[in-house]
Design a protein around this ligand. Structure first.
Ligand SMILES: [Zn+2]
Length: 438
């Protein structure tokens, strides 16, 4: 049997079931995983046109960041240490009104994608203005993405009113209809920022076009109080009446949940995206991951934007999720390492509706693969590679990354992004935003 690439590694962590394989190899042909076998067997039976031997490395599925706002990387550190609504109203929304246009979105998306690839992320689910630009930058970088068709009840540089947002959404959806890496999802910002009329339209269109619906839901207690005052309903009940609680929904944050709401999600098959570090930083509350997973809800993992985290580090987010779950549940067995890694890979792919293609290391799936160097002092000795990756490894140990079989990180160097130019542009944006130049 022939293969374009044969990778030998000390550990392969497929994620489909807990645990790992020792001294195994992965063969890649036409961008897909064509074999996973013990090294000796692979060496005798597979003729790789290229062979890589990664001693001391573990291979894991490419990580999936199931919620971010990639262009906001240019607002990293702009406004910290304040609650969500003053952060949004007094800082982020005014800065966006002033700065967000095509060039900002292109430069911010590229910076975010560079950071994500260097951290082992191979797919991200984005929500922002100008999703066509983010999609184009992702495609150029060889990065897998779902770009959100943003909807919000106020005018922006992207659209003036609800009709404008929907028109642009359909145009962007058509643009990426046949793209091998970039797909679209509806992205109504949040229950408090999108009207019933627009949400009804989303429910119908998402069903027709078979698109996911990506939305912030129950992020804070204030959101729930506001909804009770305005609509006489908690946001989830309002969404249920609008026919939005179904498997297409990716509800992000979910920090304020009652038992009946957890039950509703379990019964409807709706998805949850957990963003522990953003919730901690904005003091939004805790998503009850333990209860959600026990009742059978699929929970994926996201970083949120770099303005509220402040990094796009899914390795770190796995660790935060695992530690927070133990603290919140007062149970050291809550969210074990295998489950944290699954949240960051296969569960993310399921939530995004792309698990047939990615999310685990399985023959037939796309070769979205990350090689982590565990031979460094920070992760020695290796009793269990999954434990080392979740509880000890840092992004600097991500050494190689392949997406769809294409190597986008080689020995820590990006192969599809000009890092020097990306950094120069980030620095120029800081000067502009600080008013030092225009
Ligand atoms: Zn968000």
């Amino acid at each position: 049997m022939q293969a374009d690439l044969l990778i030998h590694a000390d550990w392969v962590i497929p994620v489909e079931s807990p645990g790992y394989l020792e001294n195994h190899s992965i063969a890649i042909e036409d961008g897909r995983i064509s074999a996973i076998a013990p090294r000796a067997e692979a060496q005798s039976q597979i003729d790789g046109r290229e062979t890589v031997t990664l001693t001391g490395h573990a291979l894991i599925p490419g990580l999936i960041n199931a919620h971010t706002h990639s262009p906001m990387s240019l607002f990293r550190g702009l406004a910290d240490d304040m609650p969500l609504m003053s952060w949004l109203n007094d800082h982020i929304w005014p800065a966006e009104a002033r700065w967000v246009h095509e060039e900002f979105v292109a430069d911010g998306s590229r910076l975010a994608i560079a950071e994500m690839i260097r951290g082992g992320t191979t797919c991200f689910n984005d929500m922002y203005f100008f999703p066509d630009i983010t999609g184009r930058v992702a495609a150029q970088a060889g990065m897998r993405a779902l770009v959100g068709l943003i909807l919000i009840d106020f005018p922006s540089a992207w659209a003036d009113d609800a009709d404008g947002y929907f028109d642009r959404a359909i145009t962007v959806h058509d643009q990426f209809r046949n793209d091998p890496l970039v797909r679209t999802a509806f992205a109504p910002h949040a229950p408090y920022s999108v009207s019933d009329t627009a949400l009804r339209r989303v429910a119908v269109l998402a069903n027709e076009l078979e698109l996911p619906i990506h939305m912030h839901v129950h992020e804070t207690a204030a959101e729930v109080r506001g909804s009770l005052e305005q609509h006489g309903l908690r946001p989830i009940e309002r969404l249920r009446r609008l026919d939005l609680i179904n498997p297409s929904l990716l509800a992000v944050h979910m920090t304020q949940l009652q038992a009946d709401e957890i039950e509703l999600f379990a019964n409807s098959g709706a998805q949850v995206v957990h963003c522990p570090e953003s919730n901690l930083k904005l003091a939004s509350g805790y998503c009850p991951v333990g209860q959600l997973t026990t009742t059978g809800v699929n929970v994926a993992l996201g970083t949120d934007g770099a303005a509220s985290n402040n990094d796009l580090d899914i390795l770190g987010e796995m660790r935060s999720a695992a530690l927070q779950a133990k603290g919140v549940d007062a149970d050291a067995c809550a969210l074990p390492a295998d489950q944290a890694l699954k949240m960051a890979s296969l569960n993310g792919a399921r939530a995004l509706g792309i698990d047939r293609d990615t999310g685990s290391l399985q023959v037939g799936k796309s070769a979205d693969i990350v090689a982590l160097d565990l031979s460094q002092p920070e992760t020695q000795p290796v009793f269990n590679p999954v434990s080392q990756i979740v509880y000890a490894a840092g992004r600097e140990q991500v050494r190689h990354v392949w997406i769809n079989g294409r190597q986008v990180l080689k020995d820590r160097a990006l192969t599809t992004i000009d890092l020097g130019e990306t950094l120069r542009r980030a620095s120029t944006w800081r000067e502009r935003i600080e008013g030092k130049s225009i």
